[in-house]
Design a protein around this ligand. Sequence first.
Ligand code: ATP
Ligand code: MG
Ligand code: MG
Ligand code: MG
Length: 480
Amino acid sequence: KQTIKEILKDYKKVLHHDITVYGWVKAFRSNRFIALNDGSTINNLQIVVDFENFDEAVISKISTASSLKVVGEVVESQGAGQTVEIIAKKIIVLGDNFTEELQSTILQPKKHSLEKLREQAHLRFRTNLFGAVFRVRHAVTFAIHSFFNKNHFFNVHTPIITGADAEGAGEMFGVTSFDLNNIPRTEDGEIDYSQDFFGKQTNLTVSGQLEGETAAMGLGRIYTFGPTFRAENSNTTRHLAEFWMVEPEVAFNNLEDNIDLAEDFLKYVIQYVLDNCKDDLEFLDKRFVEEQKSKPEKERAKEGLIEKLQNVVAKRFMRVSYTEAIEILLNSKENKKGKFQFPIEEWGADLQSEHERFLVEKHFESPVVLFDYPKDIKAFYMRLNDDNKTVRAMDVLFPGIGEIIGGSEREERIEVLKQKMQEMHVEEEELWWYMDTRKFGSVPHAGFGLGLERLVLFVTGMTNIRDVIPFPRTPKSAEF
Ligand code: ATP
Ligand code: MG
Ligand code: MG
Ligand code: MG
């Protein structure tokens, strides 16, 4: 069996032969043509049907969204828009439609809002837009594995259910096997987790980093790539409760190596998509350009989607210290005129996405890597600088997105690490296994985390993170 993508690509091999194709009816022009699509490509295969001489019982069942098996001859197409078409000899309707019910679904051929499409996420895969988005998402995933494999990293699977809760990356979802109507309690009324499945309190992972670090301390270069969970109650267009995170961790790397790795990595993946998703990108580019027209003049993107991706790959990212960034923000007229929802008042402030986007989109007009953040706004494991005030953290900020990557050189000195944990109220006993990595042959090392969906947002030009993951999990929303 060949997909429509394969048939269209290698049509010369099958020209003037009879072939069998499968797909769903995208469009149906009653006098002569059926546009058939099987999900393998944005392009439809045109089926030419001599309706008058075809079995009426078959024809009457064919409508938009029905599924077909077609046997016919491949011929060069006379019409514009396609190179080949199939002259149908036999059509089998595999699945016709519950026509009444179809009316209220997004399969009905007309323009539907993204909100409406989201409510029927299980049917979105059939649309041109989501076909393109999810094929590109696949390409991004594939390119990620390919990049690390080429660079001699090992993929390590870290646990989804973890007993470590010290990362502090966000609110956690607890995991329990207790019957919720009958939760065992200790004498003083606390939940008795010693009777739970694992004999202790557990949660869904918020990051594979700490476990990943232990793997890097034996395998050298590793990356994790798995689902992560955060009970974020933020309801933004950039946060999901369940998202996929890529986390490389590299022994013997410092912050500069880490930034170089992040930049090479992002550029590789974006270039891969440019090289391998041409048809889908062109479709998304058109949509992106169309979208801009509905925006006020000064909010419009200066470049098309493909151009934007090419530009990101071509230029070196700006590298700016947190301290420089704060100076820029403090002196900006946006800050002085109170244009920010959260005005920056002093050094030490945590940056919000409005500040990140100002730096990237207005000030530098380039992706920006910020580094050397105040230690108080970053996690305990980041390497302390000699100034005792900042840590070797870095965030990569992208236009239209804000933070796409967060990473750091890790604190490899056990005494400093212990001190930091104490200050930040992280229990050393619970992380005894993590402490071991600093006790036996501790080395400088560094890593970062990339939210897969943020990168997919960027390369597809979509604007809501719910539209780049098949089944989004957000507050009050887990229908499927
Ligand atoms: P943000 O500041 O945007 O909330 P973060 O600093 O909390 O992100 P990290 O803990 O640094 O996030 O996680 C690493 C990366 O994971 C982020 O740079 C981002 O790309 C992604 N990420 C974090 N939280 C989410 C989320 N809730 N949904 C999707 N991606 C996320
Ligand atoms: Mg966060
Ligand atoms: Mg952040
Ligand atoms: Mg971060």
